[in-house]
Design a protein around this ligand. Structure first.
Ligand code: LRH
Ligand code: MN
Length: 388
C-alpha cells in the first residue's frame, strides 16, 4: 500500500547538510572559474547556505572545512548562523594542501609530519567543541604514485595509530566519519581507497566511528547501493557526500548524472529505516559548481535528493515483498520501476506549500533578487576558494 501522507511526513523531516566550500570558487586542476558575488569569508558562505534552507526548508545545517572556514571566534559564527535560521554541522579536516603532506599526512614516513597532521585533526575536534558539531569527517588524500614508493602495510599501521589518537579525543556524542576514495590525488595506492578499508578501520576504532560514502569515489560500475545496504545492516553508515559523476570524482550536482542510481541508493536507505526519526545518518552534499551559479545549484541539488527520496518512499513495500518471495523477478522489478517512474514533483510542491514555502524554490530564489544583491554588495576583498 503506497502511503503518500506517510511519505510527506518523512520528507518534512528530511535534512540535507550543505558544504560551505560549494559556495566558494571551486573547479578542476585546469581551471577554477571565479564568479561575481562569491563569498569572501565563512560568514558570507553561511548567509548563502541560509538562502538554500529558506527556499527548500530541508537544509538547516552547513558543513565547515578547516582551515578554509577558520575564524577567530567560532561561537560568533554559531550566533551568526543561528540568526540566519541555520546551524553549523560536520567539521571537515584538511590535511591535503600543506607542502609537508607531499608523501602523506598521517601515513607519512616522517613521524614529525604525522604529528603535525594529527595535531590538525585534534584542533578540528577543538573546533567541534566550540561549534557543537557532532561529526568530524576525515578524508585523506594520502597514497602513493609508484610501486615501491612506500610500504602499503606500514602506512596502514600509521593510519590506524592516528585514527585511534583522534578517536580517544572525542567526547559526548561526537563521532569520527572516515571517508574513502578510490584514487586522486594519488594514482597508485590510496590509503583509504574503498568502503572495506574504511569499514575495517571503523570496526577497530569503535561505535563512534562510521563510514562516509561519497557517491563520486568509486570505480565506474560500482554498485553503490550494495555498499549502502551492507553498511546499514552493520550499523556503520555514518554519512553520505552526495554528488554525481559521469567519469571520476566529477563533483557534479547530485542526481544530475544518474538519478536512477540516487533513487536506488535512497531506496536502500528507506528500506533499512535510515530515514526513521532518530537515525543518525548525515546526508550531505559535496559538490563544486565551477560553471553554474552556486546557490541555485545547491537548491536544485536539495530538490534532486527530495525527489529521489519521495520516489523511494512511494515503493509499494508489500507488493515488492510479495513478488520477491514469489520469485517474480519482473514483478518485483516493476514495483520498483513504478515508484521510480512516478512524478513526485506535485507531491513535493504540495508539501512546500503546507510548510509555507513557495512550491517552486528555484523560481522563488530567482525572484528574490538575492543573486543581484550579493554581486552588488560583495565588491573587493578576496573571494573564497579551494586555494588549491
Ligand atoms: C575529497 C572530498 C572530501 C572533501 C573534499 C572537498 O574528494 O570529497 O570530502 O574534503 O572533497
Ligand atoms: Mn567528499
Amino acid at each position: 500500500m503506497i502511503d503518500r501522507a506517510g511519505a510527506k511526513q518523512v520528507l518534512r523531516r528530511q535534512r540535507i547538510e550543505l558544504p560551505s566550500w560549494a559556495f566558494g570558487n571551486s573547479g578542476t586542476r585546469f581551471k577554477v572559474f571565479a564568479q561575481a558575488g562569491v563569498p569572501r569569508d565563512p560568514y558570507e558562505k553561511i548567509a548563502d547556505a541560509a538562502q538554500v534552507h529558506a527556499f527548500t526548508g530541508a537544509a538547516p545545517t552547513v558543513a565547515l572545512h578547516i582551515p578554509w572556514d577558520r575564524v577567530d571566534d567560532y561561537r560568533q559564527l554559531v550566533a551568526s548562523a543561528t540568526e540566519l535560521g541555520i546551524g553549523l554541522g560536520t567539521i571537515n579536516a584538511n590535511v591535503f594542501q600543506d607542502d609537508d603532506y607531499k608523501l602523506g599526512s598521517v601515513t607519512n614516513p616522517d613521524p614529525a609530519v604525522r604529528r603535525k597532521a594529527v595535531r590538525h585533526l585534534l584542533d578540528c575536534v577543538d573546533v567541534m567543541d566550540q561549534t557543537g558539531s557532532r561529526d568530524l569527517k576525515l578524508w585523506f588524500a594520502d597514497g602513493t604514485n609508484y610501486p615501491g614508493q612506500d610500504s602499503i602495510r606500514a602506512r596502514q599501521d600509521r593510519l590506524a595509530e592516528a585514527l585511534s589518537t583522534v578517536y580517544e579525543r572525542l567526547s559526548g556524542g561526537q563521532r569520527l566519519i572516515l571517508e574513502y576514495k578510490l584514487f586522486e590525488p594519488a594514482f597508485y595506492t590510496t590509503d583509504v581507497p574503498d568502503w572495506g578499508t574504511s569499514y575495517a578501520h571503523c570496526l577497530q576504532l569503535g561505535d563512534r566511528a562510521k563510514v562516509c560514502v561519497d557517491t563520486g569515489h568509486h570505480a565506474p560500475g560500482t554498485n553503490i547501493e550494495f555498499i549502502v545496504a551492507f553498511l546499514l545492516r552493520a550499523d556503520k553508515l555514518g554519512a553520505f557526500d552526495f554528488n554525481s559523476r559521469f567519469y571520476a570524482d566529477d563533483d557534479l550536482m547530485v542526481g544530475a548524472a544518474d538519478p536512477f542510481q540516487l533513487f536506488r541508493i535512497l531506496f536502500e536507505v528507506v528500506s533499512a529505516g535510515g530515514l526513521d526519526a532518530g537515525t543518525e545518518i548525515a546526508f550531505m552534499l559535496d559538490q563544486c559548481h565551477n560553471i553554474e551559479p552556486k546557490i541555485p545549484a545547491q537548491i536544485r541539488s536539495v530538490m534532486n535528493v527530495q525527489e529521489a527520496t519521495a520516489k523511494a518512499l512511494l515503493v509499494d513495500a508489500e507488493a515488492l515483498a510479495a513478488a520477491q518471495s514469489a520469485g517474480d523477478v519482473l514483478g518485483a522489478n516493476a514495483v520498483l520501476m513504478d515508484a521510480y517512474n512516478t512524478d513526485v514533483r506535485p507531491l513535493l510542491a504540495e508539501l512546500r506549500v503546507a510548510q509555507g514555502l513557495d512550491p517552486d524554490p528555484m523560481a522563488a530564489y530567482a525572484r528574490s533578487g538575492y543573486a543581484q544583491r550579493i554581486v552588488a554588495d560583495r565588491v573587493g576583498g578576496t573571494q573564497a576558494g579551494w586555494n588549491a
